[in-house]
Design a protein around this ligand. Sequence first.
Ligand SMILES: [Zn+2]
Length: 274
Amino acid sequence: MTEPPEPAPAAWWSEIADGVLVRRHRELDLSTGLVIGTRSCLVIDTGGDHRQGAALAAAVRERTSLPWAVVYTHAHFDHCFGTEAFLPCPVWAHERLPAVLRATASAQRDQWSTHYRDEGRPDLADALSASRAVPPDRTVTDHVEVDLGGRTVVLEHLGRGHTDHDLIVTVPDVDVVFTGDLIEQGAPPAFEDSFPRDWAALAAGLAERGSAVTRFVPGHGRPVDIAFVRTQAAQLRTLVEHAAALGAVSYAAEEGPTHPFGAAVVRTAADRLR
Ligand SMILES: [Zn+2]
């Protein structure tokens, strides 16, 4: 008799450097992060609802008992609606995030609850509907260093890109950069709230800051290297240049290799380039 296959886990850790972990989530292929110091730890993004957040908090507690702080890479629900389980704790974000969260949390909840219901996943829809968007109590303008004991992490806003308030989180002692959705692996970048021209330049700058050994952790998908970041930066530049040359509307109507992310994604990007 053969054993039934083990169900695939909903989420799993991989330790990509000493005390630096990535938690991959099957839902939306989200990647969250954990950086462990000697006095405290930092959790990078909290998942898309209160249940995912509680599961993440429990998973962090299996790795460390140190006090934690949370940082949001940006205000999209899948990155920040799981925070309740971590409270009370410091919550970091870019200074524009609180206003964005106030303006969009309820619409995000409605849009994605409907999406999950339409997909036949009422449990996810209910969990999202019951999740509170927790605002940060510490904000970053450009650059903040957070001392975890034995190591410092850097929270930085490099300009507009995937949103107008993206933060990256760098762990200099092991050359790891958590990029949020400024870089995506396994799916095209998402342009709904983006600033494509700024984003193309920002992504090129991000690649320039790295070296052959830098690991970049995207907001979705697996950790990638500098070659991947360079490629994504070039794709963003291609998109922006063709949209400029042809006009955004004709470009979106076109098909072919000048569409690095596919026509539907380019249409959304083109809307943001008008
Ligand atoms: Zn996003």
